[in-house]
Each structure stands twice: as structure tokens, then as C-alpha cells.
Write a protein that binds this ligand. Structure first.
Ligand SMILES: [Fe+2]
Ligand SMILES: [Fe+2]
Length: 269
């Protein structure tokens, strides 16, 4: 492992083997979790590089969203297909968290601590789902997946404000919206283990979106711009199809969305 945080983040981003990425994440978070608040991290001379493709295994095969496998939940393969889709999201989320650490260099130390906490929790989410998939006789890589999460990372790699608005507050917040419906499906087929795991994930994801809300607002204040309007403008600029229903009001309020933002999502998207 490298000696400084940004080189370590870059190294972990580029690890292709999921298990190794998870283990290195735990080690790195442990090691850097006591960085001093007055440390000038921006003083690093490590250049910021583009990352069109992060370290990932050869499989899953990446396809267009419309080519994704769809199977009924009431078969073993159907449950595994849905769990696999979530597993893929969690794998990407590990990379997204390390990319948020690596790329944006002049944030307060607490920002890096927050994103390392997220990296660790995403590694745990990935492992929980992957272990359960294995128990069911499947593995990460068995089904096709899509690359929407990383595409958004690349589109927002130029500005931490845009990244905080669109990754935690759109993509991760989307998880908050859809997870109750997914849990209902697992409940209907009596899969209690899947729902034990999903309720842990849902609880911690509220925290991730909340961290995103906090740093999004911090960036808006730094630039003296109004956050509700800025968020609306970014949604218009980056999401041509808008935010899909349902919107989980409860979870989003806990995660730092304002009532105005939620009203806007309800009436205009
Ligand atoms: Fe997660
Ligand atoms: Fe997350």
C-alpha cells in the first residue's frame, strides 16, 4: 500500500479482483482513519488522472440497460438475478467512493474521512450480497450488468459539486426509492436473508446520501450559490429522463433533502 491517501485510493480503484479490492479497502480505511484535521492534503503532487474504466473483473459482461436479464422473482435464478444487480451496484459503489477521495483534492479532511467510511460500508455491502449469492450457488459475474454508475462518475469527474449532486443525491438516492419495493418482492417469496441484508444496506445508504447532501451544500456555500436552484439546474442538465417514481420521501428527508427539493421532484420530474 502507498504512503499517501490519494495514491492509495488510485491503487485500490485499479484493483480488478473484487475480493482484493474489498480487503485493501478495509486496510486503507483503517490506516488513514486518523488523519489529522489540520493536514494539508492538497499539498500532494500526485496528478489527477481520468479513469474511463476502473479496476473490475472480466465478468460481468456490460450491456445496455434494455439488454439486462429479467426473470421472475419466484425462481431461484430470479432471486439471484436481482441480488446480482445489487451486487454490481455495490461493487461500483466501492469504486465511486474511492474516486471521490482520489479526485477532489482541496476539500476539508472530514470529506475524505466521510468518503472512506462510505468505501468501507460499500465493501461490506458487496461482501454481504456476494456471500449470499454464493450460498445460493451463484457468483458475481454470472449475469450481465450495465455501466450507468461508472458513466456518471466519468461525466462528473470535473467538479466535486456536480459529483456530490449527481452520484450520492441521484444514484444512491435512487436506491433509497426502490429498495422497499425490492424488499416486498423478497418478502413475497419468503427470502428473509435477502431482506436482512437489504435492511442493513438501506439504513447505511441513508447515511451515504446524507454525506452527499452535506458536501453538496458545503460546495454551494463556498461558491455562494443557492443549493435548491443549483440542484434543480443540474438535474435538468444531466438527466434527460428525470427522476423516476416512486420517490421515498421519508428516507430522502432523513438523507438531507429539503422539502422544496422533494416537492420539485414530485411535480416536475
Ligand atoms: Fe451500498
Ligand atoms: Fe452507498
Amino acid at each position: 500500500m502507498q504512503n499517501d491517501l490519494f495514491s492509495t485510493a488510485w491503487e485500490i480503484l485499479n484493483i480488478p479482483v473484487p475480493q482484493e479490492k474489498v480487503e485493501q479497502t478495509y486496510l486503507a480505511v483503517n490506516r488513514f482513519s486518523n488523519i489529522k484535521p489540520d493536514l494539508n492534503l492538497a499539498a500532494t503532487d500526485l496528478p489527477v488522472q481520468k479513469l474511463p474504466v476502473p479496476g473490475r473483473p472480466d465478468k460481468p459482461k456490460l450491456v445496455q440497460p434494455r439488454e439486462l436479464p429479467r426473470r421472475k422473482i419466484n425462481s431461484l435464478e430470479g432471486r439471484a438475478t436481482l441480488l446480482h444487480a445489487i451486487c454490481h451496484i455495490e461493487f461500483n459503489a466501492i469504486n465511486l467512493a474511492w474516486d471521490a477521495v482520489y479526485r477532489f483534492r482541496d476539500m476539508p479532511v472530514q470529506y475524505y474521512l466521510d468518503w472512506m467510511k462510505i468505501a468501507k460500508e460499500e465493501a461490506e455491502h458487496f461482501s454481504l450480497i456476494n456471500d449470499y449469492l454464493n450460498e445460493l450457488g451463484f457468483a458475481y459475474g454470472d449475469f450481465a450488468a450495465h455501466n450507468g454508475l461508472w458513466e456518471m462518475a466519468v461525466e462528473t469527474d470535473h467538479d466535486v459539486l456536480v459529483r456530490m449532486a449527481l452520484v450520492p443525491r441521484v444514484l444512491e438516492a435512487r436506491g433509497l426509492d426502490v429498495t422497499p419495493g425490492i424488499m416486498k418482492k423478497f418478502e413475497n417469496v419468503g427470502d428473509t436473508r435477502a431482506n436482512e441484508v437489504l435492511s442493513i444496506i438501506q439504513r447505511e445508504e441513508i447515511g451515504h446520501v446524507e454525506i452527499g447532501s452535506y458536501w453538496f451544500r458545503y460546495c454551494c456555500e463556498q461558491r455562494d450559490i443557492e443549493h435548491d436552484k443549483t440542484f434543480r439546474d443540474l438535474l435538468k442538465q444531466y438527466l434527460n429522463s428525470g427522476i423516476k417514481k416512486p420517490v421515498n420521501y421519508d428516507a430522502r428527508l432523513k438523507a438531507g433533502f429539503t422539502q422544496q427539493e422533494l416537492d420539485y421532484l414530485e411535480n416536475n420530474m
